[in-house]
Design a protein around this ligand. Structure first.
Ligand SMILES: NC(=O)c1ccc[n+]([C@@H]2O[C@H](COP(=O)([O-])OP(=O)(O)OC[C@H]3O[C@@H](n4cnc5c(N)ncnc54)[C@H](OP(=O)(O)O)[C@@H]3O)[C@@H](O)[C@H]2O)c1
Length: 320
C-alpha cells in the first residue's frame, strides 16, 4: 500500500509517499480502506518537533529520540471496513466509519488497522469522507476540554482564543450548542466565519489586547499559547477556569497547585466520537474545512498546516 512516511524530524519535505506492507488485522481488529484523513496540528508537532516550551524531551521520549518510531503520521481517518478479525462483533465489511487512532497515528496511508473496540464510529450518511475525517481531532479535543475538563454549564460566558482553528472552530460550535455565550478571538479576516459558527462577539487579536477586555468569563479556552494564567487571570470570574489546550511547561506546573488551570492531553473516546456524530446528524455541529489536497501532495498539505493560520482542518483525499 501507499503511505506518507517520514524518517527524520524536520520541515514538510521530510514527508514522502512510499510503499509499505498492507497491514493484516488481528483477531479483534478491523482494516479500513482510508478515503480521507487530515494533516493536523498534532502531525505538524510530531513531524517538526516544534512543541511548547519545556516539552521537547518528553515528546522525543514518546515519538523517538533521534528519529520517529512511527513513520506514518495521521491521527484520524474516514473510510470503509474491508477486512475484520474472527473475533470482531458489531462491525461488518462495507461499513463506512470514522476512526481516531490518535497518538498511535497511521492514518496517512491507504489502509489503517484499528482495534474493533477503539475510537471508531459509523460515518453519518450525508457526510462525505473528507467531512467525516475533519471531525475527530478538533471535535474530540474541544468536547473533552469544554465538557469533561471544563465542566461547561449553560449560561456561562466562554472566551475561545484561536477560534478559527480546528479545535477553536469546534469549541465555538459546541460551547454555543451547550448554552454558553461565546466570544471568539481570531484575526479580522476570520471574524465573520467565527460569528457564523456561533460566537456572539469576535475579538481581533491584532487590534485588541485580550488582556485589556472589560468583560469577565467563566471559561477561557486557549489554543494559541497566548493566554497564560498570569496574563488573563483577571478576566476570569471567581470560579472561572482557564483551559490550556496549548501551553508551555509553566502552565503545566501551575496546574499542579491551581485547580482553575486545567490542561493535559486530550486522548479522545468512543463515547465522545459517537456524541459528535449525533450532533452532526442533529445539524448542530459541522466540521470546518480549510482546504483539501490529493494524497500525492501530502508535503504541500503539511506546509499549509505549518503556517499556523489554517481555518479548521486540512484534508488529504486518498480516493477522489
Ligand atoms: N492538549 C491537547 O490534547 C491538544 C489537542 C489538539 C490540539 N492541541 C494544540 O492546540 C493548538 C491548536 O490546534 P488547532 O488544530 O486548532 O490549530 P490550527 O487549526 O492551526 O489553528 C490555528 C488558529 O489559531 C489562530 N491564531 C493564531 N495566532 C493567534 C492569536 N494570537 N490569537 C488568537 N488566534 C490565533 C489562527 O487564526 P487566524 O488565522 O485568524 O490568526 C488559526 O486559525 C495546537 O498547538 C495543537 O498542538 C492540543
Amino acid at each position: 500500500m501507499k503511505a506518507a512516511t517520514y524518517h527524520q524530524y524536520g520541515g514538510p519535505e521530510v514527508v514522502s509517499i512510499a510503499e509499505m506492507p498492507r497491514p493484516v488485522p488481528g483477531e479483534n481488529e478491523v482494516l479500513i480502506k482510508v478515503h480521507a484523513c487530515t494533516v493536523s496540528a498534532g502531525d505538524w508537532r510530531l513531524r517538526s518537533l516544534k512543541v511548547p516550551r519545556g516539552f521537547g524531551l518528553a515528546v522525543r521520549a514518546f515519538a523517538g529520540w533521534s528519529r520517529p518510531r512511527q513513520p506514518v503520521l495521521g491521527g484520524d481517518a474516514a473510510g470503509v471496513i474491508v477486512e475484520k478479525g474472527a473475533g470482531v462483533q458489531g462491525w461488518d465489511i462495507g461499513d463506512a466509519v470514522v476512526a481516531y487512532p490518535s497518538a498511535k497515528m497511521g492514518g496517512h496511508a491507504e489502509y489503517l488497522r484499528m482495534p474493533a473496540k477503539g475510537i471508531l464510529a459509523p460515518k453519518p450518511e450525508g457526510l462525505s469522507f473528507p467531512e467525516a475525517a475533519a471531525i475527530p481531532f478538533g471535535g474530540l479535543t474541544a468536547l473533552e476540554f469544554l465538557c469533561d475538563k471544563g465542566q461547561l454549564k449553560a449560561g456561562e460566558k466562554v472566551l475561545i482564543v484561536g477560534a478559527s482553528g480546528a479545535v477553536g472552530s469546534a469549541a465555538v460550535q459546541l460551547a454555543r450548542h451547550f448554552g454558553a455565550e461565546v466570544t471568539g478571538v481570531c484575526s479580522a479576516a476570520n471574524a465573520a466565519l467565527v460569528k457564523d459558527l456561533g460566537a456572539a462577539k469576535v475579538v481581533d487579536y491584532n487590534t485588541q489586547d485580550i488582556a485589556e477586555l472589560a468583560e469577565r468569563f467563566d471559561i477561557i479556552l486557549d489554543t494559541t499559547e497566548t493566554a497564560p494564567w498570569q496574563r488573563v487571570r483577571h478576566l476570569l470570574t471567581p470560579r472561572g477556569r482557564l483551559l490550556v489546550v496549548s501551553g508551555g511547561l509553566g502552565s503545566m506546573v501551575r496546574m499542579l497547585f491551581n485547580r482553575r488551570v486545567i490542561g493535559g492531553v486530550s486522548v479522545g473516546s468512543r463515547d465522545g466520537l459517537e456524541r459528535l456524530m449525533a450532533l452532526v446528524k442533529d445539524g448542530v455541529f459541522f466540521p470546518l474545512i480549510d482546504r483539501g489536497y490529493p494524497f500525492a501532495q501530502v508535503a504541500r498539505a503539511h506546509a499549509h498546516v505549518d503556517t499556523g493560520r489554517k481555518t479548521g482542518a486540512v484534508v488529504l483525499a486518498l480516493i477522489q
